[in-house]
Design a protein around this ligand. Structure first.
Ligand SMILES: NC(=O)c1ccc[n+]([C@@H]2O[C@H](COP(=O)([O-])OP(=O)(O)OC[C@H]3O[C@@H](n4cnc5c(N)ncnc54)[C@H](OP(=O)(O)O)[C@@H]3O)[C@@H](O)[C@H]2O)c1
Length: 302
C-alpha cells in the first residue's frame, strides 16, 4: 500500500471506487439480455492437483465452461491423461509439471503456461491430502506423532495447498487487476475431524489464509474464496474409507450416518461451485467465503 493512503479502505476506494458493477443480465439500456453468467471463455485457469480426483473434476468443469486450463501436478502420466480427457470433450488444456511445495517449480510452471496459454486469471489450489503417518490410531496416539511427519503433512496442505501458489500466481493477477483464487478446504477446517489432526489444523489455516488474502487483494480486483467438499472417495483418503476388499470401514459408516444426504459426494458435484466462484459475471462481489458442498455434513446435529 502506498504511503499516500491513510488506511487500506482509502487505498481500496482509490483503486476500486470508480468501478461500477454493470449487470451482465441487463444491457446498456437496462433491457434484459441473454447472458451465460457461467461462461469462462477467455479465462486461463490453473488447477494445481488436477492430476487428482477432485482437482481433475474441477479442471474438466472449468474447461467445459470455456476456460483454457493448465493442468498442474507432479505426475505427468495422470496429468497427460487429464489433458486428453479435456481435449476429447472439445476443451483446451495443457499439462505442466509442478511440485506445489517448491516455489521454483511453481515459477517454472507459471512461466511455461503463461507463454503457452496466457496470463492466469483463475487459480484452483487442489493439491493436498492426509498422510497415514499423522493419522491418530490406538497404535499411533496424538502424543507419539513425530514433528517431522506433522510438518510434512501440514506443509503439504497449507504451504503447498495454498500459500506458495498464491505467492507465485498472485502478483501477475495483481498487475492485471483480475483474478479468482479458489482454495480447497475441508470439513476438517471447520470442526477438527477425528484422527486427521495435522490435516485438520492445516485446512483451518487454509480458510484463514483465504480470508486474509480476500481482504489483502480486494483492491487489486482479485477474489479469494474456498470450497469445502464433504467426503468424496479419492486416492488420498481411500485407506480411511474402504477396506482392502472394497467394503466400507466403520469410519465410512459414521460419515454417512452424520451426512444428512446419507451418501458420499461425486467429484463432478464440485464443478458448479467452482465455476460460480471462478466466473466474474456470476460472483463479482463474492470474496472471502467458504462454499460448502458437503451434503449437509456441517449442518448435522442431534
Ligand atoms: N476427497 C475428499 O473427500 C476431500 C474432502 C475435502 C477436501 N479434500 C481436498 O481436496 C484436494 C484434492 O483431494 P483429492 O481427494 O482429489 O485427492 P487426490 O486424488 O489424491 O488428489 C490430490 C492431488 O494432490 C496432488 N499433490 C499432492 N502433493 C503435491 C505436490 N507436492 N505438488 C503438486 N501436487 C501435489 C497430487 O498430484 P501429483 O501426485 O500429480 O502431484 C494429487 O493428484 C486436497 O486438498 C484434499 O485435501 C478432499
Amino acid at each position: 500500500m502506498s504511503g499516500r493512503f491513510k488506511n487500506e479502505g482509502q487505498f481500496a476506494r482509490k483503486h476500486l471506487g470508480s468501478m461500477r458493477f454493470e449487470s451482465p443480465l441487463l444491457g446498456s439500456e437496462n433491457k434484459a439480455v441473454k447472458v451465460n453468467m457461467f461462461d469462462l471463455t477467455g479465462e486461463v485457469a490453473v488447477v494445481i492437483g488436477a492430476t487428482g480426483v477432485l482437482g481433475g473434476a474441477i479442471a474438466e468443469g472449468l474447461a467445459t465452461a470455456g476456460a483454457k486450463v493448465a493442468v498442474l501436478g507432479r505426475s505427468s502420466k495422470r496429468g497427460e491423461a487429464r489433458v486428453r480427457s479435456i481435449l476429447d470433450k472439445g476443451g483446451t488444456a495443457e499439462f505442466f509439471v509442478a511440485d506445489a511445495i517448491n516455489l521454483s517449480s511453481l515459477k517454472t510452471a507459471r512461466e511455461g503456461l503463461s507463454s503457452r496459454l496466457g496470463i492466469p486469471t483463475i487459480l484452483v489450489n487442489a493439491a493436498g491430502g492426509n498422510d497415514p503417518r499423522v493419522t491418530v490410531t490406538p497404535e499411533n496416539p496424538f502424543e507419539k506423532i513425530s514433528i517431522d511427519d506433522w510438518r510434512e503433512n501440514f506443509d503439504l496442505n497449507l504451504v503447498g495447498g495454498a500459500l506458495l501458489s498464491c505467492q507465485e500466481f498472485g502478483p501477475p493477477m495483481k498487475e492485471n487487476r483480475k483474478g479468482s483464487i479458489i482454495n480447497i478446504a475441508s470439513v476438517a477446517a471447520h470442526i477438527p475431524v477425528s484422527r486427521v489432526v495435522a490435516y485438520s489444523a492445516a485446512k483451518a489455516a487454509v480458510t484463514n489464509l483465504t480470508q486474509f488474502l480476500a481482504r489483502e487483494w480486494a483492491p487489486f480486483n482479485i477474489r479469494v474464496n474456498s470450497i469445502t467438499p464433504g467426503f468424496y472417495p479419492g486416492e488420498q483418503n481411500r485407506r480411511l474409507l474402504f477396506n482392502e476388499d472394497g467394503t466400507m470401514t466403520p469410519r465410512s459408516e459414521l460419515i454417512l450416518d452424520h451426512t444428512p444426504m446419507a451418501r458420499f459426494g461425486e467429484p463432478p458435484e464440485l464443478v458448479g461451485a467452482a465455476v460460480f466462484l471462478a466466473s466474474e459475471k456470476a460472483s463479482s462481489f463474492v470474496t472471502g467465503i467458504d462454499l460448502r458442498v458437503d451434503g449437509g455434513f456441517l449442518s448435522q446435529s442431534i
